[in-house]
Write a protein that binds this ligand. Structure first.
Ligand code: NAI
Length: 423
């Protein structure tokens, strides 16, 4: 899902920017239209390019792929029911399980893969839905809801939680909510979905919120209410791999399962369901198998929501630190005061950085605004290098650039921001 959704986010942003934002820049475009087949075709080409690239890496590194469904048997053997109709048995000293996750389905909302779809279906609509309903205003709902909304769909997101993006810093989430609503996403918070039924060419979703009972009628419904680990038919019970209450394969901090030689990484185990967390774990396991020491620190894994504005965060937030009683200082900087953001006409949002009040070590950052997905990397690196908050402030950042917002937030945390009135 990662690359195709980003490809569609970029294409749809380009369309929306030309249609709605270019006039501010003195650029007048007429007769704009989206050819959905070409729009999806570009995404498919990007995906193919990367898939082919991985195929080349397999060849170059002498990796033999088996295409089919695998099942682990006691004695660390994998049986593969191959797509070629043959069965293969592979014995291995080490097995790494990386089967990922699948969408959670909601009772009374059955996927039919045409009108009621998961993220994969919402990457393939062959025309722009007039009305798109989304269950769940989380990462997938916001990203794919944005894609189709930018192309003209009327998008309504039904979110069961009363708080928008409740795992994100509250100030950041509020800016996001304001901007997404301003862009036309209709976001219903505290919405409890009762059921969804396909009636003719429509989907009727019944839900309730504090104001009462409602019916939402849409042409397509995307269910994006979270994902769960995928382990169906993956191993025979005698293998001895443990599954926890949430369906995750139980592993220790080095991704080892209870069975010697069997490891598990990514969405199928504990920790954030993020592609880069899975790949970091994969590399760490390979290094451990090769006899090296390696670890993945979830506190330094960045999170990104690729909406516009983008939302990104790493480490601890004000709420976490307050609850843990950690003395901390906070610096914020608004993109409205960043020259580059003004030149881009993308001034919504801000950067917030947190540091320990006594040691000045950087504890986390949260940001909403242009380029947040890239800007967060500086803070991740600073945290990894145990930088102090002043270190970011001391480093020259190109002017004008969006990265100045990170520097200014860092300076503000130690009350050294140039833009601050210090009396
Ligand atoms: P999510 O956990 O981000 O959001 C699900 C949302 O649905 C939550 O806000 C939840 O409160 C709401 N919800 C749950 N049940 C509901 C119900 N019955 N009715 C209404 N709302 C309900 O999960 P999402 O968006 O499905 O994504 C799945 C996973 O994939 C996440 O762990 C996410 O981190 C990952 N992902 C990451 C991306 C990225 O890094 N940019 C992109 C896409 C997915």
């Amino acid at each position: 899902g990662c690359i195709p959704s980003k490809a569609l986010l970029d294409s749809s942003k380009l369309y929306r920017d030309i249609a709605q934002r270019s006039k501010t820049h003195g650029i007048h475009a007429e007769s704009l239209r989206v050819e959905v087949a070409e729009f999806l075709g570009r995404k498919d080409r990007v995906v193919k390019q990367f898939a082919d690239g991985i195929g080349m890496l397999f060849k170059g590194n002498r990796i033999t792929p088996y295409w089919g469904r695998g099942r682990i048997r006691p004695g660390n053997e994998v049986i593969v029911d191959g797509m070629d109709g043959k069965q293969h048995t592979i014995a291995a000293t080490h097995i790494i399980i990386a089967t990922g996750s699948q969408p959670i389905s909601i009772p009374s909302v059955a996927f039919d893969r045409v009108m009621v779809v998961d993220h994969a279906g919402a990457l393939e609509f062959d025309q722009i839905p007039g009305r798109l309903g989304v269950i769940g205003a989380g990462t997938i709902g916001l990203e794919l809801g944005s894609v189709w909304s930018r192309l003209g769909a009327h998008v309504t997101l039904l979110e069961s939680s009363a708080d928008f993006l409740r795992s994100v810093d509250a100030d950041i989430a509020q800016v996001g909510l304001r901007e997404f609503r301003r862009q036309g996403l209709h976001i219903e918070l505290g919405a409890q979905v009762a059921d969804a039924k396909v009636v003719g060419s429509e989907v009727r979703v019944r839900f309730s919120n504090p104001e009462g009972d409602h019916e939402l009628v849409v042409d397509k419904l995307l269910v994006a209410a979270g994902r769960r680990p995928f382990t169906e038919g993956l191993f025979e019970p005698e293998v001895g791999i443990q599954i926890d209450k949430r369906g995750r394969i139980v592993v220790d901090e080095s991704c080892a399962t209870d069975v010697p030689g069997i490891w598990a990484i990514g969405d199928v185990v504990r920790g954030p369901m993020l592609a880069h967390k899975g790949s970091q774990e994969g590399i760490a396991v390979a290094e451990r198998i090769a006899g090296h020491v390696s670890q993945v620190d979830f506190n330094k894994v960045p999170w990104v929501i690729y909406t516009d504005p983008e939302i990104a965060w790493v480490g601890q937030g004000e709420n976490d630190l307050g609850l843990a009683g950690v003395p901390h200082k906070v610096g914020t900087f608004t993109f409205a005061a960043a020259g580059r953001a003004a030149a881009m006409n993308e001034t919504a949002g801000h950067v917030k950085i947190l540091a320990h009040a006594e040691t000045d070590r950087i504890l986390g950052a949260q940001m909403v605004g242009p380029g947040a997905s890239e800007l967060i990397a500086e803070v991740v690196l600073a945290m990894e290098l145990h930088a102090r908050i002043q270190d970011i402030g001391r480093v020259a950042h190109a002017n004008p650039s969006l990265s100045e917002a990170v520097r200014e937030a860092a300076l503000a945390a130690s009350r050294r921001a140039i833009t601050m009135l210090n009396h």
